[in-house]
Design a protein around this ligand. Sequence first.
Ligand SMILES: [Cu+2]
Length: 129
Amino acid sequence: MHKWIMFVLLSAASLLGVYLLTFGLPAKPVDESASLPEGTVLVKVEANSDFTYGQEEYHVKVGDKVILKLQNKSGIHGLKIEDLNVDLEGDNLETNLEFDKPGEYVMHCSVPCGAGHADMKAKLIVDAA
Ligand SMILES: [Cu+2]
């Protein structure tokens, strides 16, 4: 009874095995943050052509060693945080930050990029540790 089920399962498993042997496991996406030293946090801000950053809010914690990185997904944008003297644009798209108290900072685009430029904003929020 139901021997055919065993047959189907076995065949499926064999096929999967052959498939894996032939093609190997799918490549895992590279996780840049995996190689960071303990306590270091990578905040990757994506800038898009529709005048948005990847997220409206980016969170870090007090005491984190923050690497703030701007990635221009499409178009050319900048990232400026006046209160922190951060201005990422051109070849300079990465900076290190560390916060000793909670707070909220407005990141905005610093490179005139088009109609939505003035509204291109996101928040960097520093949470209590
Ligand atoms: Cu802009």
